[in-house]
Design a protein around this ligand. Sequence first.
Ligand code: SF4
Ligand code: SF4
Length: 371
Amino acid sequence: MRILKLQKKDFFPFLEVISKKAELWAPVAKQGGPPAETLPDPHWASLAKREKFSFERIQDFSKIAMNTTRTIIPPKKIMVPASFNMFHFDEKEYREDLSHVTNRILFGVHPCDIHGLLILDKLFSQAYSDPYYLEARKKTIILGLSCWPDEFCFCKSTHTDIIEEGYDLFFTNLESHFLVWIGSSRGDDLIRLAPDYFDERLTEKDIKTYINWQEERDNAFQTEINFTRLPDLMELKYKAPFWEEAGAACLACGSCSMVCPTCNCYNVVDKQFLGNRPGQRLRYWDSCTLTEYSEVAGGENFRGHKSQRLRLWYTHKLRAYVSKYGKPSCVGCGRCLVTCPVQIHAKSVADALEGHPVDAFWKKFAEEVSK
Ligand code: SF4
Ligand code: SF4
């Protein structure tokens, strides 16, 4: 694998060249959300004060947020939009609709999110091929970007803090320059569009700078989860009372699934129109934490209780995927930690499974209710 050096002054000129080839998408700062002073809970007030980020189409390079934490929604939204039309149909035929899939360059994807895409690659290509996902994946060039952990990141625990595949180029953001890893022939083609910006000669000082950066980043992680015990603990604690406690507090809002880079469930709905207009089959994101998810004809629900649905969500993440692929389908991005309104997330559930004290709203809620 080749590693090149790109001076920061040459970064925008390089983007200028490559963005002529495809739509450029990257993280930008996002406004919105409730004002911090209206939130009574210090956890939510402190989160409300932080900048949020979102992958958006870029027209002005200066809008690109280079030092971001996680985006609100992971890059799965580029591969599979939250809702889209799969095909039009009438009484004679159906016509596939791939109009939402365009050639894109997605810059700023962090290692954990590239691991998330690698997990989706397996899920959408092995048992059944998903043409919509695979077409979008084929047409999206991934430009990874290094990141710095905040207190909610735990990708070091899931071994997803570094990445060796799944990208076309990967930019490590150092003081005055980037080190750029070429991960594919498509990445190499991009470099060939502007070879003069890149330098193949790395000095001892460049290498030392990179090693120091790696060591400092490695030491910056504040949250740790021991994933090796969790598959067994999911089995051993299948009937533990904390599932009921978490279920009682859960709002069944589905936000945990929307933000998780590896959640991939979806539903399809047919939309028909009066007259001779063709119908549409719409596909949209779904979540096993939602009430209707396990509902069947006749109104029966296999997982009518929120605790059952939460347990299913965590069984998939922490046990089932490990049985099949040898690792959890959690990539340690921290999105569920900053999103769940009642703090049911990978860390608080792991603490409950381990029998550690749980510092989360849902636990306090259970203690209040039992008084
Ligand atoms: S379970 Fe939470 S931390 Fe893990 S990948 Fe999903 S959103 Fe990220
Ligand atoms: S666990 Fe949290 S985010 Fe997920 S459905 Fe329940 S309340 Fe919503």
